[in-house]
Design a protein around this ligand. Structure first.
Ligand SMILES: Cc1cc2nc3c(=O)[nH]c(=O)nc-3n(C[C@H](O)[C@H](O)[C@H](O)COP(=O)(O)O)c2cc1C
Length: 193
């Protein structure tokens, strides 16, 4: 069983990364494989609305000069997706939104390829707007027939400055650990059927 986690922040080792890593640690403790993909700060483009994916239905996006298709193949192989982002103007980063738009569209037009995978959003924030960012991520899971994993609170962690400020948010960090345990629980139940 494998969980693929995306860091939507251009800060590779910032607060979002810290949250994601705490969740990964809990998953690994339960014997679940994890892989991190750095999406923030990459050249991933937004959807061009060319509808070539609708015509071709070849499980690819016709924009081929960025990392999308390589990443999308990994998404199809994974049992669960963890999409993590800092809050930018009360929403997620443009790189993560580009991934959601393109992967969600290519998945849907090829027969809902994300159906019955598990998913969870993780959001870091300095002060406000995190719930809106969290909702943006959850929209992908809800329209894709995925199982959204919850925790003890919404999956937010407070921290502003570069580095590990979010680690001072004890409740937020504990929430990440619980999220990892709950995701492992669900994946094991799904695998047993
Ligand atoms: C362009 C930009 C917009 C931001 N907008 C918000 C915001 O709306 N609300 C908020 O609480 N923090 C906002 N922040 C702060 C980040 O969400 C916060 O510092 C977060 O922990 C950064 O995570 P990172 O270290 O993983 O990049 C913004 C930061 C940037 C650079």
């Amino acid at each position: 069983m494998k969980v693929l986690g995306f860091n939507g922040s251009p800060r590779k080792e910032g607060n979002t990364h810290k949250l994601l890593m705490r969740c990964f640690a809990a998953l690994e403790k339960e014997g679940i494989e994890t892989e991190l993909i750095q999406i923030g700060g990459t050249n991933i483009r937004g959807c061009l609305s060319c509808y070539r994916c609708v015509e071709l239905k070849d499980r690819q996006c016709s924009t081929k000069n960025d990392i999308f298709n390589e990443v999308f193949r990994k998404m199809l192989e994974a049992d669960a997706l963890l999409l993590a982002s800092p809050t930018y103007f009360a929403d997620i980063t443009p790189e993560l939104k580009a991934l959601i738009d393109r992967s969600g569209f290519v998945s849907r037009v090829n027969g809902n390829l994300f159906r019955h995978k598990a998913g969870a959003g993780i959001v870091s924030l300095r002060r406000g707007g995190g719930i809106h960012a969290f909702d943006t991520i959850n929209h992908l899971f809800q329209i894709s027939g995925m199982f959204t994993v919850g925790s003890t609170y919404w999956n937010l962690g407070f921290g502003g400055r570069e580095g590990s400020e979010v680690e001072n948010d004890r409740e937020g960090m504990e929430n990440m650990e619980d999220l990892g345990r709950s995701m492992a629980f669900l994946l094991k139940k799904l695998a047993a059927n």
